[in-house]
Design a protein around this ligand. Structure first.
Ligand SMILES: *Cc1c(COP(=O)(O)O)cnc(C)c1O
Length: 389
């Protein structure tokens, strides 16, 4: 299919076809794994668009076209991991520059900005992005980036992408959205005014918990050039097999997201009605704080659900986390299988207990990445586990 046609088609069609055409040399319908580091030239400089594998690889080019189409972007640039993508953006800053980031975000982003870039003279503040005035007050003359993540991790709070992008542009600040939790099926930040979208393709885009990867999408030609220069010069590139696996993942992204959303909604409703459960955090619950904004900003409420136990203790949480059969206790999210995580001792353990509690991360908080299994089996697993408490 002609790529110009795809621009006008739906996300399900884009997932399957964008960036990909039958292989010109063999007719292979699926993009081959071009396992090569270099490409023959007929005469110096006379080549077919590829010179060296760090700079470009046809399997990676197909994935980049696919992701760009899904995010309504002109450009997609793939990296060896989500944090490598984040690293490339922050590397474009200079000593003395300042970042305003969300205070409820992926722990690795915090670690990278603070511990890796802090010593190079890049300062940062992590603030509550659900409050526009707080964000406005955090912006300084030297602020260059606004780092947005929504829904947030692990409290799945919803942040207003279009209001924050507008605010950033008032101060000549670049608005970046980490769209890993929503995926482009549920939310396309560039359409809402953001300048750059970052993904850990390890999560929903890959979707099968079998590959690590990252990507940046943008409509800004200058950023595209800066990032491609960094790919060539710093080299955090994904291998062709990883690109192939991710490209296979994105083909089913839309149908997977539909199932993640419907399963998560049913589980959030089940937990809300359960006597042993305290608060449930899910944007699809009408009494949840972010419900209205999520209804406007997103095309679905996502697959991430967090909840507190009525018995808000480490012991109760540990018992639940050690007893499920279908949910696996593990870090990460976004795969076909259901996972369970304990922020206090796993993903957010590096935050001191008093700060963690102040941020609403209670000891009994449990985060679910709801998979695509039969929802009645997931609910039965939780029901049996909670009954044993
Ligand atoms: C996992 C994750 C990352 C980091 O991605 P890796 O692929 O693990 O390097 C960044 N942001 C979010 C929201 C994530 O969940």
């Amino acid at each position: 299919m002609k790529q110009e046609l795809i621009d006008h088609m739906g996300l399900g069609t884009k997932s399957v076809h964008a960036g990909q055409e039958p292989d010109p040399s063999t007719g292979a319908v699926m993009t081959p794994v071009y396992q090569t580091s270099t490409y023959a030239q007929a005469a110096p400089g006379d080549h077919k668009g590829h010179e060296y594998g760090r700079v470009t690889n046809p399997t990676r080019t197909a994935l980049e076209g696919n992701l760009a189409a899904l995010e309504s972007a002109q450009h997609g640039i793939c990296f060896s991991s989500g944090v490598a993508a984040t690293d490339a953006i922050v590397k474009c800053l200079r000593p003395g520059d300042h970042i305003v980031a969300s205070n409820d975000l992926y722990g690795g982003t915090y670690r990278l900005i603070r511990q890796v870039f802090g010593p190079f003279g890049i300062s940062s503040d992590f603030v509550d992005m659900t409050d526009l005035d707080v964000v406005r007050n955090a912006i300084k003359p030297e602020t260059k980036l606004l780092w947005i993540e929504t829904p947030t991790n692990p409290l799945v709070r919803v942040v207003d992408i279009s209001a924050l992008s507008k605010l950033a542009h008032e101060y000549d600040v670049v608005a970046v959205v980490d769209n890993t939790f929503a995926s482009p099926i549920l939310q396309r930040p560039l359409e809402q005014g953001a300048d750059l979208v970052v993904h850990s393709t390890t999560k929903y885009l890959g979707g099968h918990s079998d590959v690590i990867g990252g990507a940046i999408c943008t409509n800004d030609d200058e950023w595209n050039e800066k990032l491609r220069f960094l790919i060539k010069s710093a080299g955090a590139v994904p291998g062709p097999m990883d690109c192939f696996l991710t490209l296979r993942g994105t083909k089913t992204l839309q149908v997977r997201m539909e199932r993640h959303c419907s399963n998560a909604q049913a589980i959030a409703e089940f937990l809300s009605a359960h006597e042993k459960v305290g608060k449930v955090y899910y944007p699809g619950l009408p009494d949840f704080e972010g419900y209205e904004l999520a209804s406007r900003q997103m095309d679905g409420f996502g697959g991430m659900v967090s909840f507190l136990l009525k018995d808000d203790s480490m012991e109760a949480a540990t018992q639940v986390l050690s007893s499920t059969q279908v949910f696996t206790l593990a870090e990460s999210l976004g795969g076909v299988e259901s996972l369970m995580n304990h922020p206090a001792t796993m993903t957010h353990a590096s935050i001191p207990a008093n700060e963690r509690h102040a941020a609403g991360l209670h000891d009994s908080l449990i985060r679910l990445s709801v998979g695509i299994e039969d929802v009645r089996d997931l609910i039965a697993d939780l029901d049996r586990t909670l009954a044993e408490l």
